[in-house]
Design a protein around this ligand. Structure first.
Ligand code: FES
Length: 155
């Protein structure tokens, strides 16, 4: 799909405070950088990220959603990242079911010291979403008439 050159994907990244958040901070501090369109949301553990959070982010205008947790076996709450991974896979499946691209949602695992790797994965995510184009859910919502107007037309 060819995109207009001005398309800058909006990506929400739910980052575990114990690892990915620190890795993102390290990436920023060490100037290896990642796209500014990636908006970090700190969470105590990715295990707290529910499927609904992922869907809601897409519904509210994100073009992609990333969940970034501790490395397997290193979650401070033992299995939070494993549960998060299952939810991400569930949402990816749901997206496919409704005709959207599963790649709009992705999970990565990093340690606090993996700033470079965080930046690389974030850039990969931004490239993927740029190639996919704007989130059709949001585009449709933006084109829909305001609810009051729709009600008036039916009355
Ligand atoms: Fe980092 Fe659970 S504490 S993913």
């Amino acid at each position: 799909m060819t995109q207009s050159p001005e398309f800058e994907p909006q990506i929400v990244a739910f980052c575990c405070l114990h690892c990915a958040y620190a890795a993102a901070d390290l990436a920023g501090g060490s100037r290896c950088g990642y796209p500014s369109s990636i908006k970090i949301v700190a969470v105590p553990c990715t295990g707290r990220v529910d499927s609904l959070h992922l869907v809601k982010a897409l519904e509210d205008g994100a073009d992609g959603v990333m969940v970034a947790g501790c490395l397997p076996g290193r979650c401070h709450f033992q299995t939070g990242n494993l549960h998060a991974n299952q939810r991400v896979e569930h949402v990816r499946h749901l997206l496919e079911e409704i005709g959207l691209e599963a790649d709009r949602v992705r999970m990565i695992n990093v340690s606090a010291g993996m700033g470079v790797q965080f930046a690389e994965r974030a850039k990969e995510m931004a490239e993927t979403i740029t190639a996919l184009g704007p989130n059709p859910l949001h585009v449709r919502k933006a084109k829909a008439p305001p609810r009051e107007t729709a009600m008036e037309e039916t009355n």
